[in-house]
Design a binder for this molecule. Structure first.
Ligand code: NAD
Ligand code: GLY
Length: 370
C-alpha cells in the first residue's frame, strides 16, 4: 500500500513530503528510511497514543532495520512545558543520540510542538519527523515547523521555527481519537475555508457532519485540502512576516482564554479557536467590515456540528481587561499594538492594527454576557 496522496512543503533544500493515507504507521519504516540520515530514531509520544500506536510504529521501523528509543509523556496541554522540554532533551541525551539520530513526534499537537522544539536544540539540532494522530495535528500543527511550549505568560511563547523532514498523516489513527478531540480539530479545518477559500467553506457546510462522523472519504478530502493550504502558505511565508499570520484567525481571542483556562484541560485549543473565530467575525461585523449574514453562517454551521460559538461558562468570571492583557502578550503585538486577523466576509481574511481596545472589549463583553 502507498500513501493515497503526497504533498510537498516547498522550502528549497528544506522541502519535505506530507504523506496522507490509511495504514501509514505500519508503513513508517519504508516511508522514513529515505529521509533519515542513519537507521536510528527516538520516538516521543504520550500515554494515550502509546497504547495504540507505539508498538506498531516500533515494529514497522525495526522491520526496516531502524533502531528505536522512546519516551512516553503524560497527555494534555500542560505537557508543553519547560520541565518536559528538559525531560525530552535529557532522555535523548541519556539514550546517547547522535546528530544523525532522528526524533519522531508520535501524537497530537502537544507532542509535535514539544518534540520539534527539543529536536531543534538537542546537540544544536537533530532531524525530526511528525506522525500526527489528532485531526488538529494532521491539518495544522504537524506542518510548517512552528514548535514550542507554553510559559507562565501564555501559549507558545518559547519555541523555534524548525521544519520536520517528513510528515506521515495516517488517517486510521483518527479511529481511536475521542469525539471531543475530533470536533476541536475540525475548528482548524474550518479555518482554511473561512480565511481564504469560500468554496471549501461551502463544501464543509455540506460535508462537515461526515468529516466528524468518521467518513473516510470526507475526512481524507478535508485533510488534503487543509494540508495543501497550509503547505502553500508556509512555502510563501515560512517565518510569518505576512500571509502566514492569517492562519491565526480566531487565535488572538482563543489564546487569551486558553491562558486563563486551558492548561487544566477545561478548554481544548480547537474549542477556543472555534469561539475565537466567531469573535473575530463579530468584531469584523462591529467594525462594519463584514456582512452580518456571514457571521451568522459561521455560527449556524458551528452550532449544527456542536462547536462552541461562545466562551464556556467558566469564562464568565474572567474580566475583559485580563483577557486584553493576555492579548497584549500575543506574538503579533508590535509597538504595543495588537495585529488582528479580521474578515471582509467568508474566505476574505486580512490583517489590521486598526482596532481600538474599546471595540475588542465590547466584543468580549457581548460574548460573555449572552
Ligand atoms: P493533544 O496533542 O493534547 O492531543 C489531544 C488528546 O488526544 C490528548 O489527550 C492525546 O493523548 C489524545 N490523542 C492523540 N491522538 C490520539 C489518537 N489517535 N487516539 C486516541 N487519543 C489520541 O492536542 P491537539 O489538539 O492535537 O494539539 C493542540 C496543541 O497544538 C496546542 O498546544 C496548540 O497550541 C498546538 N498547535 C500548534 C500548531 C503549530 O503550528 N505548531 C498549530 C495548531 C495548534
Ligand atoms: N498554526 C498557525 C501556523 O502554523 O502558522
Amino acid at each position: 500500500m502507498t500513501p493515497s496522496k503526497t504533498l510537498t512543503v516547498a522550502l528549497n533544500d528544506r522541502s519535505y513530503p506530507i504523506h496522507i493515507g490509511p495504514g501509514l504507521v505500519e508503513q513508517a519504516g519504508a516511508l522514513l528510511l529515505p529521509v533519515i540520515q542513519k537507521p536510528r530514531v527516538f520516538i516521543i509520544t504520550d500515554e494515550n497514543v502509546a497504547q495504540h500506536y507505539l508498538a506498531p510504529l516500533q515494529s514497522s521501523l525495526e522491520a526496516s532495520g531502524i533502531k528505536c528509543g522512546h519516551l512516553i509523556l503524560p497527555a494534555g496541554e500542560s505537557t508543553k512545558s519547560f520541565a518536559n522540554l528538559q525531560l525530552v532533551v535529557e532522555a535523548m541525551l541519556a539514550a546517547k543520540i547522535e546528530r544523525s539520530t532522528t526524533a519522531i513526534a508520535l501524537g497530537g499537537g502537544v507532542i509535535g510542538d514539544l518534540t520539534g522544539f527539543a529536536a531543534s536544540i538537542a546537540l544544536r539540532g537533530i532531524d525530526f519527523v511528525q506522525i500526527p494522530t489528532t485531526l488538529l495535528a494532521q491539518v495544522d500543527s504537524s506542518v510548517g515547523g512552528k514548535t514550542g511550549i507554553n510559559t507562565a505568560q501564555g501559549k507558545n511563547l518559547a519555541g523555534s521555527f524548525y521544519q520536520p523532514k517528513a510528515v506521515l498523516v495516517d488517517i486510521d489513527t483518527l479511529n481511536t481519537l475521542p469525539d471531543r478531540e475530533r470536533l476541536a480539530g475540525y475548528a482548524e479545518v474550518c479555518k482554511y475555508g473561512l480565511l481564504g477559500d469560500a468554496n471549501f467553506w461551502d463544501w464543509l457546510e455540506q460535508n462537515g457532519a461526515q468529516v466528524l462522523s468518521g467518513d473516510s472519504d470526507a475526512t481524507t478530502e478535508a485533510i488534503e485540502v487543509s494540508c495543501e493550504a497550509k503547505a502553500r502558505v508556509v512555502a510563501e511565508d515560512e517565518r510569518e512576516n505576512g500571509v502566514r499570520a492569517l492562519l491565526n484567525l480566531g487565535h488572538t481571542f482563543a489564546h487569551a482564554f486558553e491562558a486563563e483556562l486551558s492548561y487544566s484541560g477545561a478548554l481544548l485549543h480547537g474549542e477556543a479557536v472555534a469561539f475565537g473565530t466567531v469573535l473575530a467575525f463579530d468584531l469584523s461585523v462591529r467594525l462594519g467590515l463584514c456582512p452580518e449574514k456571514d457571521a451568522d453562517r459561521v455560527r449556524a454551521h458551528f452550532n449544527s456540528v456542536g462547536l462552541m460559538t461562545k466562551p464556556p461558562g467558566q469564562a464568565q468570571r474572567i474580566a475583559t481587561d485580563v483577557l486584553l492583557g493576555h492579548m497584549m502578550q500575543d506574538k503579533k503585538v508590535t509597538d504595543g499594538t495588537i495585529t488582528f486577523v479580521l474578515v471582509r466576509g467568508i474566505g476574505q481574511a486580512f490583517l489590521t492594527q486598526d482596532v481600538t481596545h474599546s471595540d475588542v472589549t465590547a466584543t468580549l463583553e457581548a460574548a460573555l454576557t449572552v
